[in-house]
Design a protein around this ligand. Structure first.
Ligand code: ZN
Length: 505
């Protein structure tokens, strides 16, 4: 049976190459491509995506997967071979339900919408993208309806990103989290607002980029197998396990923006760089779900990167990089500044405590749009209303309202936001498990030693790629199913100390 598996692997490797080539074009589009390249680029990406989809959904692949079924059954569940066949089959059964013509149409539409959004956001012009977003909603519904038999129309879309999750599961989890978060937020905002003026001075771009690179190199991001470029909306993209790139943006008057997004993206990148080389070119050569992926970025960005121990090591170095700005600022002032909690308008700028409230707003709006209970034309108003009720704020314009995130303007509506909060929940759960296995980790971080933590993540999460589902990874790594308790414990402890709160119950 092995020659059959070899043949399958060869075909899958070709598809992998087409998809990664499409990623190169997407990376270039988001970094160096001149505006004149937009139209052809959209077409080129659509062509590659269509070819990959056609090759993957070819009946030969289906036949091979049928023929390999008994061989798969004879292999241990956690062998690479069994996992490869299992994951290829799951992806195949999903992909054959979506016609190639639809994939091409939607992909071209998404590329065009992205270009329109790039102009519409600074111009504060929701009307300019509204017809395209309406079309996106139609396409998103059409996509979900290729998978009939769901409980909620968002279920298939959520399942693409976070396999095994449904609208109802996520809603219940979010409701529980919200119940715990709101009292913490209220207790904090009753306190005087933290002063973050020390990170709001002018910080030259070149030094910011250099410092960020020094930090992520120390954490374990491998620049021999990666690089960093500038973009509008930070991201990480994989061309192969030997080339995992990050892109960031710099705001000269906000030291935290580039720094924490660089750490964030390097967390995604270290996950992919850590996948075992044997899995290269297979459907297992990427992170297992959007929630687990986000847990890796948030763990480094927040649990580690916004921790006091981390800055005991890095703050003197930061002061050396920016002596004029920071020499007179004590570590504690800086630590409080980077952990300032406030109700704000922009998700990507939000602190750890309020961040999930931003995600929940988007998740609920996606459900309502897909259910047909909310029309795209009423979306800006619905957005404002939710910010008013949930965060006590109203965006003065759509630029910082409904136009702020790229997701709906560069892909589908549905299933694209829950991963952020699942990631936050899991980041705390994984960190707790890592420190249980290696109690020395919290003492190593202030010495600039990240090897034990990186090693635990490598061993328990990174190396497996997509071999195991999110639920399996969480269970294997932490001994438990996904739970919000470590996240709540983490936030209560950290912010209880920072804001001197009586335990908010
Ligand atoms: Zn992320």
């Amino acid at each position: 049976m092995e020659p059959k598996l070899e043949e399958l692997k060869q075909r899958l490797a070709e598809i992998y190459d087409l998809r990664r080539a499409s990623s190169v074009l997407g990376w270039d589009q988001a970094t160096y491509m001149p505006p004149g390249g937009a139209e052809a680029r959209g077409r080129q990406i659509a062509t590659l995506d269509r070819l990959a989809h056609e090759k993957f959904t070819h009946p030969t692949i289906g036949r091979m997967l049928v023929e390999l079924r008994s061989y798969e059954g004879s292999l241990p569940y956690d062998s690479d071979e069994a996992a490869l066949i299992r994951v290829a089959r799951r992806d195949y059964e999903r992909a054959v339900k979506v016609p190639s013509s639809f994939v091409a149409k939607f992909s071209a539409h998404a590329a065009a919408t992205y270009e329109a959004w790039v102009k519409a956001r600074p111009a504060n012009d929701f009307a300019a993208v509204r017809p395209m977003l309406e079309k996106t909603l139609d396409y998103s519904r059409e996509l979900a309806n290729f998978f009939p038999g769901y409980d909620h129309i968002a279920d298939p879309l959520i399942d693409f990103a976070d396999y095994g999750m449904k609208a109802a599961t996520v809603s219940a989890l979010f409701a529980e989290l919200r119940k715990n978060l709101v009292p913490i937020v209220q207790a904090i905002i009753a306190q005087p607002v933290a002063d973050d003026s020390c990170i709001r001075q002018s910080f030259p771009e070149a030094q910011q980029l250099a410092f960020g690179q020094e930090v992520v190199k120390k954490l374990g991001y491998d620049f021999n197998r990666g690089r960093q470029d500038k973009t509008r909306h930070p991201f990480c993209t994989t061309f192969s396990l030997g080339d995992v790139r990050i892109a960031t943006r710099v705001k000269e008057n906000d030291l935290g923006d580039a720094l924490f997004s660089t750490i964030h993206e390097s967390g995604h990148a270290m996950y992919e760089q850590g996948i075992r080389a044997e899995l290269e070119g297979t459907p297992l050569a990427h992170g297992t779900s959007s929630g687990v992926h986000e847990s890796q970025s948030r763990l480094w960005e927040n649990v580690v990167g916004r921790g006091r121990g981390f800055w005991e090591y890095f703050y003197p170095k930061l002061q050396t990089a920016f002596p004029l700005q920071l020499d007179d600022e004590p570590l504690d002032t800086f630590y409080r500044a980077i952990n300032k909690v406030e109700r704000s308008l922009i998700r990507t700028d939000a602190d750890e405590v309020t961040y999930n409230l931003h995600v929940m707003i988007r998740f609920d709006l996606e459900l309502q749009l897909l259910e047909g209970k909310l029309a795209v034309r009423d979306l800006p108003e619905a957005w404002r209303a939710r910010y008013k009720s949930d965060l006590g704020l109203a965006a003065p314009d759509d630029r910082d309202g409904v136009l702020q995130d790229v997701h709906w303007y560069g892909g589908q509506i549905g299933g694209v936001f829950q991963g952020y909060t699942l990631g936050n929940i899991l980041s705390a759960q994984f960190y707790e498990a890592a420190t249980k296995a290696h109690p020395e980790i919290p003492n190593q971080i202030p010495r600039g030693e990240f090897g034990s933590l990186h090693g635990w993540l490598q061993e328990n999460i990174y190396q497996h790629g997509s071999k195991f589902t999110a639920n399996e990874i969480v269970k294997r790594a932490t001994g438990q199913d996904l739970t919000i308790e470590p996240c709540i414990r983490y936030l209560r402890t950290k912010y209880g100390e920072l804001y001197k709160l009586q335990h908010p119950e």
